[in-house]
Design a protein around this ligand. Sequence first.
Ligand code: HEC
Ligand code: HEC
Ligand code: HEC
Ligand code: HEC
Length: 368
Amino acid sequence: MRYLALSVVLALALVGCDEEEQAAAPGDIAAGKSIAETQCIGCHGLDGKGKAHGIPNLAAQVEEYLLDSFRAYEEGVRTHAALKNLTKELSPADFRNVAAYYASLPPPEATGSATPDILSPYDKGKAAAAACAACHGEDGNSTTPGIPSLAGQQPIYFVAAVRAYLDGTRDKPTMEMLRALDRVDLESLAFYYASQTPAVREAPVFGDPAAGEPLTAGCGGCHGAQGVSTDAATPSLAGQDPEYLVSAIKAYRDRSRHHEVMRDDNTDEEIENIAAFYAAQGSEAAEGGPVTVQELAEKCDRCHGAGVDNPALVIPKISGQDRVYLIMALRAYRDGRRGSSMMHNMSLPYSEALIESIASLYASQPAR
Ligand code: HEC
Ligand code: HEC
Ligand code: HEC
Ligand code: HEC
């Protein structure tokens, strides 16, 4: 009985001691290595280099960040089945040790294989737009009656319009070439065109702009004052080709083009007047113009750059990280699948095109 009591007291003392030790003790690199050898080697390697695309490099990563990541998997802020299971199997001391081990390794060698694809979305879009210029004009300013200008157009609307041709919602036989565009091409084109300055048009030969203006009283709430939209999903009408405007408004009226909010019943003459009014309005670009990926990276480097030391934040190294993993991580922040209000704010505006370019840039930099 005395022995039992004693052993209980001892056990309690040991537990207390153990907890204190856990809070303070630095990770044991050798002990961490043996965990890595049994539990992590298959995916992260013993050298901390991801064994496949999509698996992050851990070598030389910020130790405190590695520990934060475990907590995030444990608490479900980040979701990944294999990691979640590991957090159940390993003790807090195991985590500290294995984090210390990976953090102590030299950074992974640069893969140095493929030339990085770090063309900015703007440049990608500009290159792709060459195929559209014959009809939509240089820089998207159409000079062909009946063909819409794309210059300055709102980017989300642009993408939706192309999708509508592809899925047949907008029943027009033109532009088979749109089928060849993938999501990145499309967003790059949208960004490029949105950044172009719409040309000023003369009042068209038909219609009366002065008579058209009062008829547009109910349009400005969505299409913006004088047809310059400030909503990325609603098209700008200002400076648009007048014949195209006429055919589009008629198409909604006649139900050959469908949209729940676009169904006014104006006469042909009224429609011509509305088109004349909008065509003659000055417009402006919807996006800020050429942004290079390098310029964007300057923003990221305020936190992720070499030598940045912000004691208030635990910031992971991203240079030399696996490209596919970077893409997945940025998408996860953008889509709200990975908690970090800070990174969410940073990545929310980023389209697929920007995310891929910026991931290529960081993956191509030497790890440090
Ligand atoms: C089955 C493969 C697999 C195993 C085994 C595995 N991991 Fe991972 N690990 C991954 C993948 C995939 C991710 C990326 C998950 C995500 O997108 O959040 C990851 C992410 C991580 C992260 C977050 C890194 C970052 O940059 O945010 C850490 C830390 C980590 N693993 C540590 C470990 C440790 C330590 C072990 C062994 C105890 C281990 N992992 C075992 C596949 C694995
Ligand atoms: C053969 C001439 C031609 C070519 C080449 C062409 N387009 Fe078009 N495009 C048109 C015509 C005509 C329309 C108007 C169709 C309609 O009435 O809906 C149009 C409409 C559009 C619209 C809808 C604009 C709006 O305001 O709703 C988008 C977006 C578009 N084109 C994108 C492209 C892109 C991107 C390319 C190049 C990859 C391209 N087009 C190549 C003729 C062309
Ligand atoms: C409630 C919001 C709303 C109002 C009000 C509205 N629109 Fe629209 N309009 C839209 C949206 C959204 C689209 C894009 C629909 C689509 O994808 O077909 C659109 C599309 C259009 C287009 C086609 C543009 C293009 O590039 O193809 C024209 C032209 C147009 N509207 C004219 C008008 C006119 C004229 C009025 C007023 C009489 C008006 N709209 C009122 C929301 C509105
Ligand atoms: C204000 C500081 C700050 C800025 C600016 C910033 N980040 Fe981050 N970033 C963080 C923090 C903090 C984390 C860790 C968040 C977490 O635990 O998920 C992080 C995490 C990441 C990760 C995940 C790394 C990994 O190993 O899982 C990536 C990728 C990333 N950032 C890329 C970027 C890019 C690209 C930019 C610029 C567009 C950027 N960050 C701008 C602070 C910042």
